[in-house]
Design a protein around this ligand. Structure first.
Ligand SMILES: O=c1nc2n(C[C@H](O)[C@H](O)[C@H](O)CO)c3cc(O)ccc3cc-2c(=O)[nH]1
Ligand SMILES: C[C@H]1O[C@@H](n2cnc3c(N)ncnc32)[C@H](O)[C@@H]1O
Ligand code: SF4
Length: 332
Protein backbone atom coordinates (compact mmCIF):
# COMPACT_ATOMS: atom_id res chain seq x y z
CA UNK A 1 0.00 0.00 0.00
CA UNK A 2 1.23 3.50 -0.80
CA UNK A 3 1.84 5.88 2.11
CA UNK A 4 -0.72 8.28 0.61
CA UNK A 5 -3.32 5.51 0.83
CA UNK A 6 -2.99 5.57 4.60
CA UNK A 7 -3.79 9.25 4.97
CA UNK A 8 -7.32 10.42 5.65
CA UNK A 9 -7.93 14.11 5.13
CA UNK A 10 -10.42 16.74 6.22
CA UNK A 11 -10.77 20.51 5.99
CA UNK A 12 -11.40 22.79 8.98
CA UNK A 13 -14.18 25.00 7.74
CA UNK A 14 -16.83 27.48 8.69
CA UNK A 15 -20.23 26.91 7.10
CA UNK A 16 -21.86 30.08 5.76
CA UNK A 17 -25.41 29.38 4.53
CA UNK A 18 -25.93 32.69 2.72
CA UNK A 19 -29.58 32.19 1.90
CA UNK A 20 -32.37 29.66 2.29
CA UNK A 21 -34.09 31.16 -0.77
CA UNK A 22 -34.07 28.62 -3.60
CA UNK A 23 -35.89 28.33 -6.89
CA UNK A 24 -35.87 24.52 -6.62
CA UNK A 25 -37.87 22.32 -4.30
CA UNK A 26 -36.00 19.05 -3.86
CA UNK A 27 -38.17 16.58 -1.98
CA UNK A 28 -35.35 15.61 0.39
CA UNK A 29 -34.29 19.12 1.33
CA UNK A 30 -34.88 20.59 4.77
CA UNK A 31 -32.66 23.60 4.12
CA UNK A 32 -34.70 25.68 1.68
CA UNK A 33 -37.45 27.89 3.09
CA UNK A 34 -40.61 29.59 1.84
CA UNK A 35 -39.82 32.53 4.11
CA UNK A 36 -36.22 32.81 3.07
CA UNK A 37 -33.45 34.51 4.94
CA UNK A 38 -30.54 36.37 3.45
CA UNK A 39 -27.42 36.83 5.57
CA UNK A 40 -26.05 40.34 5.95
CA UNK A 41 -22.43 41.43 5.99
CA UNK A 42 -22.26 41.68 9.78
CA UNK A 43 -23.68 38.18 10.26
CA UNK A 44 -21.12 36.72 7.87
CA UNK A 45 -18.34 38.67 9.59
CA UNK A 46 -19.44 37.28 12.92
CA UNK A 47 -19.25 33.66 11.69
CA UNK A 48 -15.84 34.31 10.13
CA UNK A 49 -14.49 35.94 13.28
CA UNK A 50 -15.55 33.03 15.47
CA UNK A 51 -13.96 30.43 13.21
CA UNK A 52 -10.38 30.70 14.40
CA UNK A 53 -9.45 27.15 13.36
CA UNK A 54 -10.96 27.25 9.89
CA UNK A 55 -8.95 27.60 6.71
CA UNK A 56 -12.03 27.19 4.52
CA UNK A 57 -15.19 29.27 4.26
CA UNK A 58 -17.87 27.00 2.83
CA UNK A 59 -20.58 28.99 1.07
CA UNK A 60 -23.53 26.74 0.35
CA UNK A 61 -27.02 28.07 -0.22
CA UNK A 62 -30.15 28.02 -2.36
CA UNK A 63 -29.93 27.95 -6.14
CA UNK A 64 -30.70 31.03 -8.25
CA UNK A 65 -32.09 32.69 -5.15
CA UNK A 66 -32.69 35.91 -7.06
CA UNK A 67 -35.48 34.16 -8.98
CA UNK A 68 -37.39 33.91 -5.70
CA UNK A 69 -39.96 36.67 -5.16
CA UNK A 70 -38.59 39.63 -3.23
CA UNK A 71 -34.94 38.53 -3.11
CA UNK A 72 -33.74 40.76 -5.94
CA UNK A 73 -35.29 43.78 -4.23
CA UNK A 74 -33.68 42.86 -0.91
CA UNK A 75 -30.29 42.53 -2.61
CA UNK A 76 -30.75 45.94 -4.27
CA UNK A 77 -31.59 47.52 -0.93
CA UNK A 78 -28.40 46.00 0.49
CA UNK A 79 -26.50 47.70 -2.34
CA UNK A 80 -25.83 44.69 -4.62
CA UNK A 81 -26.51 44.81 -8.34
CA UNK A 82 -27.24 41.09 -8.56
CA UNK A 83 -26.94 37.80 -6.68
CA UNK A 84 -23.44 36.91 -7.90
CA UNK A 85 -22.29 40.39 -6.87
CA UNK A 86 -23.53 39.58 -3.34
CA UNK A 87 -21.74 36.21 -3.30
CA UNK A 88 -18.50 37.82 -4.53
CA UNK A 89 -18.67 40.38 -1.74
CA UNK A 90 -19.13 37.62 0.86
CA UNK A 91 -16.23 35.64 -0.70
CA UNK A 92 -14.07 38.78 -0.42
CA UNK A 93 -15.00 39.16 3.24
CA UNK A 94 -13.83 35.59 3.85
CA UNK A 95 -10.53 36.26 2.08
CA UNK A 96 -10.03 39.39 4.17
CA UNK A 97 -10.35 37.15 7.25
CA UNK A 98 -7.82 34.67 5.83
CA UNK A 99 -10.35 31.98 4.94
CA UNK A 100 -10.29 30.27 1.55
CA UNK A 101 -13.74 30.35 -0.07
CA UNK A 102 -15.33 27.18 -1.48
CA UNK A 103 -18.66 28.05 -3.06
CA UNK A 104 -21.45 25.61 -3.94
CA UNK A 105 -24.23 27.81 -5.30
CA UNK A 106 -26.15 25.21 -7.27
CA UNK A 107 -26.07 25.54 -11.05
CA UNK A 108 -24.35 28.58 -12.53
CA UNK A 109 -23.77 29.79 -16.07
CA UNK A 110 -20.30 29.95 -17.61
CA UNK A 111 -20.15 33.71 -17.06
CA UNK A 112 -21.31 33.40 -13.43
CA UNK A 113 -18.64 30.77 -12.76
CA UNK A 114 -16.11 33.06 -14.40
CA UNK A 115 -17.08 35.91 -12.07
CA UNK A 116 -16.77 33.69 -8.98
CA UNK A 117 -13.57 31.85 -9.91
CA UNK A 118 -11.14 34.65 -8.89
CA UNK A 119 -12.47 34.63 -5.32
CA UNK A 120 -12.59 30.88 -4.76
CA UNK A 121 -9.94 28.30 -3.93
CA UNK A 122 -12.31 25.64 -5.28
CA UNK A 123 -15.99 25.32 -6.04
CA UNK A 124 -18.56 22.55 -5.95
CA UNK A 125 -21.80 21.17 -7.26
CA UNK A 126 -23.27 17.78 -6.51
CA UNK A 127 -24.32 15.94 -9.65
CA UNK A 128 -26.81 14.22 -7.27
CA UNK A 129 -27.72 11.64 -9.95
CA UNK A 130 -27.27 11.54 -13.72
CA UNK A 131 -30.82 10.23 -14.17
CA UNK A 132 -34.13 12.03 -13.77
CA UNK A 133 -35.88 11.24 -10.50
CA UNK A 134 -39.28 11.97 -8.95
CA UNK A 135 -37.75 13.86 -6.03
CA UNK A 136 -36.48 16.44 -8.54
CA UNK A 137 -39.81 16.97 -10.31
CA UNK A 138 -40.03 20.49 -8.85
CA UNK A 139 -36.33 21.29 -9.30
CA UNK A 140 -35.41 22.49 -12.79
CA UNK A 141 -31.82 22.92 -11.61
CA UNK A 142 -31.49 19.21 -10.84
CA UNK A 143 -31.97 18.06 -14.40
CA UNK A 144 -28.88 15.97 -15.17
CA UNK A 145 -28.02 17.92 -18.32
CA UNK A 146 -27.94 21.31 -16.57
CA UNK A 147 -25.81 19.95 -13.69
CA UNK A 148 -23.43 18.31 -16.16
CA UNK A 149 -23.14 21.57 -18.08
CA UNK A 150 -22.13 23.50 -14.93
CA UNK A 151 -19.51 20.87 -14.05
CA UNK A 152 -18.18 21.00 -17.63
CA UNK A 153 -18.04 24.80 -17.62
CA UNK A 154 -16.11 24.72 -14.34
CA UNK A 155 -13.66 22.37 -16.07
CA UNK A 156 -13.23 24.71 -19.02
CA UNK A 157 -12.47 27.48 -16.52
CA UNK A 158 -9.96 25.30 -14.63
CA UNK A 159 -11.79 25.56 -11.33
CA UNK A 160 -10.71 22.86 -8.82
CA UNK A 161 -13.99 21.10 -8.29
CA UNK A 162 -15.97 19.00 -5.82
CA UNK A 163 -18.91 16.99 -7.00
CA UNK A 164 -20.65 13.83 -5.95
CA UNK A 165 -23.76 11.74 -5.76
CA UNK A 166 -26.60 11.70 -3.30
CA UNK A 167 -27.53 8.09 -2.57
CA UNK A 168 -30.97 6.79 -1.60
CA UNK A 169 -33.20 9.32 -3.33
CA UNK A 170 -35.10 6.82 -5.46
CA UNK A 171 -32.31 5.77 -7.81
CA UNK A 172 -31.23 2.19 -8.51
CA UNK A 173 -27.77 0.75 -7.84
CA UNK A 174 -27.13 0.90 -11.60
CA UNK A 175 -28.09 4.58 -11.61
CA UNK A 176 -25.43 5.17 -8.94
CA UNK A 177 -22.82 3.41 -11.09
CA UNK A 178 -23.90 5.33 -14.17
CA UNK A 179 -23.70 8.66 -12.29
CA UNK A 180 -20.16 7.80 -11.17
CA UNK A 181 -19.25 6.96 -14.76
CA UNK A 182 -20.50 10.37 -15.85
CA UNK A 183 -18.29 12.00 -13.20
CA UNK A 184 -15.29 9.92 -14.33
CA UNK A 185 -15.88 11.00 -17.93
CA UNK A 186 -16.11 14.70 -16.98
CA UNK A 187 -12.78 14.40 -15.19
CA UNK A 188 -11.14 12.62 -18.14
CA UNK A 189 -12.02 15.61 -20.28
CA UNK A 190 -11.10 18.48 -17.94
CA UNK A 191 -9.04 17.01 -15.05
CA UNK A 192 -10.62 19.41 -12.58
CA UNK A 193 -12.38 17.09 -10.13
CA UNK A 194 -10.49 16.85 -6.88
CA UNK A 195 -13.05 14.89 -4.92
CA UNK A 196 -16.30 13.01 -5.31
CA UNK A 197 -18.66 13.02 -2.35
CA UNK A 198 -20.73 9.91 -1.77
CA UNK A 199 -23.47 11.29 0.42
CA UNK A 200 -26.24 9.31 2.03
CA UNK A 201 -29.72 10.78 2.07
CA UNK A 202 -31.04 11.56 5.56
CA UNK A 203 -34.79 12.15 5.93
CA UNK A 204 -35.85 15.62 7.07
CA UNK A 205 -39.03 16.34 9.03
CA UNK A 206 -41.64 18.30 7.12
CA UNK A 207 -40.35 17.28 3.69
CA UNK A 208 -42.11 14.97 1.20
CA UNK A 209 -39.43 12.34 1.88
CA UNK A 210 -39.58 12.45 5.67
CA UNK A 211 -40.70 8.82 5.87
CA UNK A 212 -38.18 7.44 3.44
CA UNK A 213 -35.27 5.51 4.93
CA UNK A 214 -31.59 6.36 4.65
CA UNK A 215 -29.63 3.93 2.52
CA UNK A 216 -28.05 1.20 4.64
CA UNK A 217 -24.34 1.17 5.47
CA UNK A 218 -24.02 -1.96 3.34
CA UNK A 219 -25.46 -0.27 0.30
CA UNK A 220 -23.23 2.78 0.83
CA UNK A 221 -20.16 0.56 1.22
CA UNK A 222 -20.92 -1.29 -1.96
CA UNK A 223 -21.15 2.02 -3.82
CA UNK A 224 -17.90 3.33 -2.36
CA UNK A 225 -16.13 0.14 -3.48
CA UNK A 226 -17.55 0.45 -6.99
CA UNK A 227 -16.69 4.17 -7.02
CA UNK A 228 -13.06 3.38 -6.29
CA UNK A 229 -13.06 1.16 -9.39
CA UNK A 230 -14.94 3.58 -11.64
CA UNK A 231 -13.32 6.90 -10.72
CA UNK A 232 -9.81 7.85 -11.84
CA UNK A 233 -7.20 7.43 -9.06
CA UNK A 234 -6.66 11.17 -8.69
CA UNK A 235 -10.25 11.77 -7.58
CA UNK A 236 -10.48 11.37 -3.81
CA UNK A 237 -13.66 9.82 -2.47
CA UNK A 238 -15.22 11.89 0.29
CA UNK A 239 -17.68 10.54 2.81
CA UNK A 240 -19.47 12.74 5.38
CA UNK A 241 -18.41 11.56 8.86
CA UNK A 242 -21.47 13.09 10.52
CA UNK A 243 -23.80 11.08 8.25
CA UNK A 244 -22.04 7.70 8.26
CA UNK A 245 -20.49 7.82 11.78
CA UNK A 246 -18.59 4.52 11.55
CA UNK A 247 -16.05 5.66 8.98
CA UNK A 248 -13.44 2.88 9.11
CA UNK A 249 -15.19 0.44 6.74
CA UNK A 250 -15.64 3.28 4.26
CA UNK A 251 -11.97 4.20 4.40
CA UNK A 252 -11.04 0.55 3.91
CA UNK A 253 -13.42 0.48 0.93
CA UNK A 254 -11.57 3.34 -0.76
CA UNK A 255 -12.73 6.66 0.71
CA UNK A 256 -9.89 9.02 1.65
CA UNK A 257 -11.47 12.25 2.80
CA UNK A 258 -14.04 13.46 5.32
CA UNK A 259 -14.83 16.85 3.81
CA UNK A 260 -15.28 19.95 5.88
CA UNK A 261 -15.57 19.80 9.66
CA UNK A 262 -16.34 22.79 11.82
CA UNK A 263 -15.90 23.59 15.48
CA UNK A 264 -18.04 26.73 15.25
CA UNK A 265 -20.88 26.01 12.82
CA UNK A 266 -23.26 23.10 12.29
CA UNK A 267 -23.91 21.28 9.01
CA UNK A 268 -26.82 23.48 7.97
CA UNK A 269 -27.95 20.92 5.39
CA UNK A 270 -28.05 18.14 7.99
CA UNK A 271 -28.53 20.16 11.19
CA UNK A 272 -29.53 17.10 13.24
CA UNK A 273 -26.17 15.40 12.57
CA UNK A 274 -23.39 16.85 14.76
CA UNK A 275 -19.74 16.76 13.66
CA UNK A 276 -17.70 14.07 15.35
CA UNK A 277 -14.71 15.42 17.28
CA UNK A 278 -11.18 14.83 16.01
CA UNK A 279 -10.71 12.40 18.91
CA UNK A 280 -13.80 10.45 17.86
CA UNK A 281 -12.56 10.27 14.28
CA UNK A 282 -9.13 9.09 15.37
CA UNK A 283 -10.72 6.50 17.61
CA UNK A 284 -12.70 5.20 14.60
CA UNK A 285 -9.55 5.06 12.47
CA UNK A 286 -8.09 2.85 15.18
CA UNK A 287 -4.44 3.62 14.37
CA UNK A 288 -4.77 2.10 10.91
CA UNK A 289 -4.78 5.49 9.17
CA UNK A 290 -3.44 8.95 9.94
CA UNK A 291 -5.70 11.95 9.95
CA UNK A 292 -4.40 15.11 8.27
CA UNK A 293 -5.84 18.51 7.66
CA UNK A 294 -6.00 19.74 4.06
CA UNK A 295 -6.96 22.98 2.38
CA UNK A 296 -10.12 23.25 0.22
CA UNK A 297 -7.84 23.21 -2.83
CA UNK A 298 -5.89 19.99 -3.33
CA UNK A 299 -2.06 20.06 -3.59
CA UNK A 300 -1.88 19.34 -7.33
CA UNK A 301 -4.13 22.30 -8.12
CA UNK A 302 -2.05 24.54 -5.87
CA UNK A 303 1.00 23.50 -7.93
CA UNK A 304 -0.81 24.17 -11.21
CA UNK A 305 -2.04 27.52 -9.85
CA UNK A 306 -5.69 26.81 -10.55
CA UNK A 307 -6.94 28.69 -7.49
CA UNK A 308 -8.57 32.10 -8.01
CA UNK A 309 -6.30 35.10 -8.57
CA UNK A 310 -7.65 36.96 -5.57
CA UNK A 311 -6.91 33.99 -3.28
CA UNK A 312 -3.60 32.87 -4.76
CA UNK A 313 -1.53 34.78 -2.23
CA UNK A 314 -3.51 33.39 0.68
CA UNK A 315 -3.24 29.88 -0.78
CA UNK A 316 0.56 30.17 -1.02
CA UNK A 317 0.80 31.59 2.46
CA UNK A 318 -1.38 28.89 4.00
CA UNK A 319 0.23 26.01 2.16
CA UNK A 320 3.80 27.23 2.83
CA UNK A 321 3.80 28.67 6.29
CA UNK A 322 1.35 27.00 8.53
CA UNK A 323 2.90 23.65 9.10
CA UNK A 324 1.96 22.09 5.77
CA UNK A 325 4.36 19.38 4.73
CA UNK A 326 5.87 18.80 1.32
CA UNK A 327 2.94 16.61 0.33
CA UNK A 328 0.57 19.47 1.05
CA UNK A 329 -1.03 18.13 4.20
CA UNK A 330 -0.84 19.65 7.65
CA UNK A 331 0.29 17.57 10.58
CA UNK A 332 3.27 15.55 11.70
O1 LIG B 1 -20.84 20.26 5.76
C1 LIG B 1 -21.13 19.91 4.64
N1 LIG B 1 -20.26 20.17 3.66
C2 LIG B 1 -20.56 19.89 2.38
N2 LIG B 1 -19.69 20.24 1.40
C3 LIG B 1 -18.41 20.86 1.76
C4 LIG B 1 -17.22 19.95 1.79
O2 LIG B 1 -17.33 19.24 3.00
C5 LIG B 1 -15.91 20.79 1.72
O3 LIG B 1 -16.24 22.13 1.68
C6 LIG B 1 -15.12 20.46 0.45
O4 LIG B 1 -14.53 19.20 0.63
C7 LIG B 1 -13.99 21.48 0.17
O5 LIG B 1 -12.99 21.44 1.12
C8 LIG B 1 -20.04 20.15 0.07
C9 LIG B 1 -19.24 20.74 -0.89
C10 LIG B 1 -19.61 20.68 -2.21
O6 LIG B 1 -18.86 21.28 -3.12
C11 LIG B 1 -20.81 20.03 -2.58
C12 LIG B 1 -21.62 19.45 -1.60
C13 LIG B 1 -21.26 19.51 -0.26
C14 LIG B 1 -22.08 18.98 0.75
C15 LIG B 1 -21.78 19.25 2.07
C16 LIG B 1 -22.66 18.93 3.16
O7 LIG B 1 -23.75 18.35 2.99
N3 LIG B 1 -22.29 19.27 4.40
C1 LIG C 1 -25.13 20.24 -0.62
C2 LIG C 1 -25.75 18.93 -0.88
O1 LIG C 1 -26.42 18.43 0.26
C3 LIG C 1 -27.15 17.32 -0.15
N1 LIG C 1 -28.39 17.19 0.59
C4 LIG C 1 -29.52 17.93 0.49
N2 LIG C 1 -30.48 17.39 1.28
C5 LIG C 1 -29.97 16.29 1.86
C6 LIG C 1 -30.48 15.31 2.75
N3 LIG C 1 -31.75 15.32 3.20
N4 LIG C 1 -29.65 14.32 3.17
C7 LIG C 1 -28.38 14.28 2.74
N5 LIG C 1 -27.84 15.17 1.89
C8 LIG C 1 -28.63 16.17 1.45
C9 LIG C 1 -27.37 17.48 -1.66
O2 LIG C 1 -26.57 16.51 -2.32
C10 LIG C 1 -26.84 18.86 -1.93
O3 LIG C 1 -26.33 19.03 -3.23
S1 SF4 D 1 -31.09 20.80 -2.09
FE1 SF4 D 1 -30.28 22.78 -2.80
S2 SF4 D 1 -31.39 23.04 -4.75
FE2 SF4 D 1 -32.54 21.49 -3.65
S3 SF4 D 1 -34.15 22.66 -2.59
FE3 SF4 D 1 -32.41 22.39 -1.20
S4 SF4 D 1 -31.27 24.29 -1.40
FE4 SF4 D 1 -32.59 24.10 -3.19
Amino acid sequence: MLLSDMIVTFSWNVFIPLTTACRNRCHYCGFRSDNPELMGISEVKELLNKAKNASEALFTFGEKADEVKGVRERLKSMGFSDFVDYVVEMNRLAISKSKLPHTNAGILSYSELKRLKPYNASMGLMLEQAVELDCHSESPGKKPEVRIKTIKDAGKLKIPFTTGILVGIGESFYDDLYSLEVIAELHKNYEHIQECIIQNFKPKKGTPMERMESPSADRMLKIVKEAREILPDDITIQIPPNLVRDILPFIKAGAGDLGGISDTTIDYINPEEPWPSIEEIERCLNGAYVLRERLPIYPRYIKMEWGGEEVSELISRMSDDEGYRKDGYRGS
